[in-house]
Ligand binder design. Structure first.
Ligand SMILES: Nc1ncnc2c1ncn2[C@@H]1O[C@H](COP(=O)(O)OP(=O)(O)O)[C@@H](O)[C@H]1O
Ligand SMILES: [Mg+2]
Length: 362
């Protein structure tokens, strides 16, 4: 039956790993992970809801959904997890399956090329199985439509034959649970969003929460991490556990090669200086953008293209890689006339803003 969709090798297709955007970026403070890093991360993933640090609200809501479903002996409602990269969506999907004691099937929007790929996955699900659909906002349209029906009616229409002679045979599916993850909840069409009985939105972590993530990870890696070093690393991790774990591994390297193996405050500072991650978690490009904005353009406003030329980067790189965090941190502002440096930018660079009247904020 899969032949009708031209997808007889669906097993291969649907489990292909698509590199995350920016995965080949050498910077330590980007939130996407590449394949190599995924392996390192797997070892640090919390396995149960109890071990999952922070996100108190989502954790409590999810725990109720799961306990209620377990109590009824039924598959829970479909769950949508949204939030920026590196905050724990994949981890939570795995935890959901573990808490339910259910098998987990993993695929992603971009890995599903044809509706038939999805039909093949759906029709092979066992009762109660959890289907994790990562980057669900990148599903192709026809697959999306097939998914609505499957989620709502537990049915998939299998197309047999081709062209005018093709017919759809409805196949009923056992109850299962879709866990969708997306970094762009706004891109999900409403009908798809509506099929999820529960949506958990993940927010950036506080420094205190990241410290707990770091202490836990250091324990698993078997490295001694001083409390002040944990605080230092947490403060440079941009509210993101993935970045915290990554910086921890680099500090561990430094301590092993240049130190005595102990992750002290001095080791953390020295290591992060080598890797050019500053006290706010800015890397070289972030600082170059900020410095150009403050010193070459007097704080702006300056157009994105001009700013990009000044740092020798593509406008798109500046806009998508550096800018979001600078804006989030309140260092850079976007105005109709261009980018402007906010007071915090000058302070962070140790510069004095020009006298009043010269800038928007002077
Ligand atoms: N709440 C958390 N507690 C502990 N570790 C976490 C938490 N959230 C994320 N992590 C760690 O951060 C890394 C990235 O998490 P992941 O679930 O892959 O993020 P996402 O899928 O949202 O991009 C993993 O190594 C994971 O162990
Ligand atoms: Mg993920």
């Amino acid at each position: 039956m899969a032949d009708a969709y031209g997808a007889d090798d669906h097993e291969e297709l649907t489990t292909e790993r698509i590199p995350a955007p920016g995965g080949d970026d050498p910077s330590l403070v980007r939130s996407a992970a590449d394949d190599l890093e995924r392996a390192a991360e797997a070892a640090l993933r919390p396995r149960r809801l109890e071990e999952f640090v922070g996100q108190r609200v989502v954790r409590e809501q999810l725990s109720l959904v799961l306990q209620a479903a377990l109590g009824r002996g039924r598959a829970p409602d479909h769950v949508l997890l949204s939030g920026p990269p590196g905050l724990g969506k994949t981890t939570l999907a795995m935890i959901i399956a573990a808490e339910l004691g259910a098998p987990l099937r993993v695929t992603s929007g971009p890995a599903i090329q044809h509706a038939g790929d999805l039909a093949a996955v759906l029709s092979s699900l066992d009762e109660g199985e959890v289907l994790f659909l990562d980057e669900i906002h990148r599903l192709a349209r026809p697959a999306e439509e097939l998914l609505y029906v499957a989620m709502e009616d537990f049915r998939v229409d299998v197309v047999v034959g081709k062209g005018a002679g093709a017919s759809a045979i409805p196949l009923s599916l056992p109850p299962f649970t879709v866990v969708g993850a997306t970094t762009r909840a706004g891109l999900l069409p409403a009908p798809l969003r509506d099929r999820f009985g529960f949506t958990g939105h993940l927010d950036f972590y506080s420094s205190e929460e990241l410290e707990r993530v770091l202490v836990r990870s250091a324990g698993l890696l078997g490295v001694p991490l001083a409390a002040d070093a944990a605080a230092e690393i947490a403060g440079r991790s941009r509210g993101t556990p993935r970045i915290a774990n990554r910086l921890l591994r680099r500090v561990r390297d430094w301590a092993q090669v240049r130190g005595d193996g102990t992750l002290s405050l001095a080791a953390a500072r020295a290591a992060l200086e080598v890797y050019e991650v500053d006290a706010l978690g800015l890397d070289r490009l972030d600082r170059a953008v900020l410095t150009a904005l403050c010193t070459r353009f007097g704080g702006g406003p300056v157009g994105l293209t001009t700013l990009a030329v000044a740092v020798g980067e593509e406008p798109e790189t500046v806009e998508t890689v550096a800018e979001p965090f600078l804006v989030r941190e309140g260092l850079v502002g976007r105005t109709p006339r261009g980018r402007v440096a906010m007071p915090g930018a000058w302070a962070h660079l140790g510069l004095t803003p020009p006298a009043a009247g010269n800038t928007l904020f002077g």
